[in-house]
Design a protein around this ligand. Structure first.
Ligand code: 3PY
Ligand code: MG
Length: 257
């Protein structure tokens, strides 16, 4: 049975809640995949993942039959191609600040005619149970999603041009960095009113351009708000928080008088 892609999960469920995994052991990624998330994201920007742990993590996530997504390091578009070759279903690229950044990202993630991705998806085809290269080539541009992160003033200024780049399927709002940018470095507060207004503006403009929209939520309550606002793809917390909150809940229970 073929692995579900993020596109197919979005089509069937409307919204996807993704786990966000910084710890590089594949057992952590697999544990998140089996815990009920719609998909699992491996973070190479701020998380501890490297290409080896991404390769092993994607295989472990596949055991639970959910899509794997990779956030690449800033500007490392070669890694976008590699992560897709390893079987990632979508790529999140941080700090996309111009149409030029967006074009470089799309070029690395999409085959011709949308981009310049080089052929070699051996592991991706193996995980997908695919044997016909031409069929895989035909379907892959539509089945693998590119999320351009919008999290700076420059990105806000260039948003419409970024949205117009062929091969960019979606934007993903980084509300922490955006809040730092909008306060000129004064604080980091994703839920600040001006930041939420900016996020709503990005959501509306991306919708108008016919693109999918994602955002990062630190708590379940924030994710619920974002679901109500109609975001397609919501990252919920991090593996560190799942561990900490689970342990705190169990310890509180155990120590209750
Ligand atoms: C941000 O909020 O800046 C992010 O990059 C979320 O991961
Ligand atoms: Mg960020």
């Amino acid at each position: 049975m073929a692995l579900p892609s993020l596109v197919s999960v979005l089509r069937s469920r409307g919204t996807c809640l993704t786990a966000w995994i910084a710890m590089p052991d594949p057992l952590v990624a697999e544990g998140a995949a089996r815990a009920g998330f719609d998909c699992v994201t491996l973070d190479m920007q701020h998380g501890l993942h490297d290409p080896g742990s991404v390769m092993r993590g994607i295989g472990a996530i596949a055991l639970a039959r959910v899509p794997a997504i990779v956030r690449i390091p800033v500007g490392d578009f070669a890694m976008a191609s590699r992560a897709l070759d390893m079987g990632a279903s979508a790529i999140i690229a941080p700090m996309i600040n111009s149409a030029e950044d967006a074009r470089a990202f799309a070029a690395s993630a999409k085959y011709q005619p949308l981009g310049e991705r080089s052929w070699g998806p051996v592991r991706a085809m193996q995980l997908a149970g695919a044997t016909d290269g031409s069929a895989f080539l035909r379907d892959t541009n539509a089945e693998t999603l590119t999320f351009a992160m919008i999290e700076t003033r420059a990105a806000l200024a260039a948003l419409d041009e970024i949205l117009a780049v062929p091969g960019i399927d979606a934007v993903f709002i980084g509300p922490s960095d955006l809040s730092i940018a909008l306060s000129d470095g004064a604080n980091v507060d994703p839920m600040r009113a001006d930041n939420q207004e900016a996020a709503a503006n990005i959501l509306a403009r991306a919708r108008k351009a016919g693109k999918l929209v994602g955002i990062f939520a630190i708590t379940g309550a924030q994710a619920k708000q974002y679901r109500a606002l109609g975001y397609d793809f919501i990252a919920l917390g991090t593996d560190g928080a799942y561990f900490r909150l689970g342990a705190a809940t169990m310890l509180d229970e155990a120590r209750a008088e």
